[in-house]
Design a protein around this ligand. Sequence first.
Ligand code: CA
Ligand code: CA
Ligand code: CA
Ligand code: CA
Length: 264
Amino acid sequence: MEKTVRACTLEDESEAEIVCSILKEQDIPYILKRMEDSAYDGLYVSQGPWGFIEAPVGYVDSIVQILKDVKESRTDGESPNSAFSTNGKSRVIKVIEIGVPVALLVATVILLISYINLRRTFDRYVGRQSVSWSWVAAEKAMVGKLRTTGQVRYKDYDRNYNNIYEESNIYSIDGKRVTTYYDKNENHVNESFVEKEINGNLISEGEDKNENGNYEHLTVYYSPTEYVEYIEKNDDGRADEAIVHNDGKERVIDLRAFLFNGQP
Ligand SMILES: [Ca+2]
Ligand SMILES: [Ca+2]
Ligand SMILES: [Ca+2]
Ligand SMILES: [Ca+2]
């Protein structure tokens, strides 16, 4: 490049970007110099021009005109270069400035919704939703309802008003009674239970007559006419006999003999 002279000064980096892009487009030779590159070591930048353009003397007039056009267009809010927006910041920067917070906000909302849904699912299946209890005189029962929906989850009956519940019920999330424990002799120990599916079919029944925690009589249902009774004879917690009911027919199996001595 032939000898260059200072053609113009530049106010800021964005002005430099625009002017330089136009100079490149028009094949005008130039050298961009920043003040911070110079001996002023950056101190000058905040007070004076950002930098300047040097070019062969023959191009100075064109460069001055280009800078003038750029300044006017920036004042008018029109960009001479489509790559740059009106305030001189590149669109990429604008997209980052607006796009990143929006993306973060959207991500936060999505995470929040996911969390709420997960929490709901968790509450639904684990039953962690808090329950509020109140005495319902008409039912003679303490009724436990979910605080969130008012759905009945528990109903404990004290029909003789002695503060001992002779019957305790658990309801499914769909409002069906699924499990009932009985303490008919009102000694605070349950001696039997009934478990049902939400459609009302029996799943199992148990009886612990001596109230020691071992069920001497446990019935498991496969259908109303197909069920197995497990009988506990010596109260050691292990069933000794199975009575298989199959459409009105009964078959008694000695479990120990059947399972361990190979006898049918
Ligand atoms: Ca009672
Ligand atoms: Ca009891
Ligand atoms: Ca027992
Ligand atoms: Ca036994």
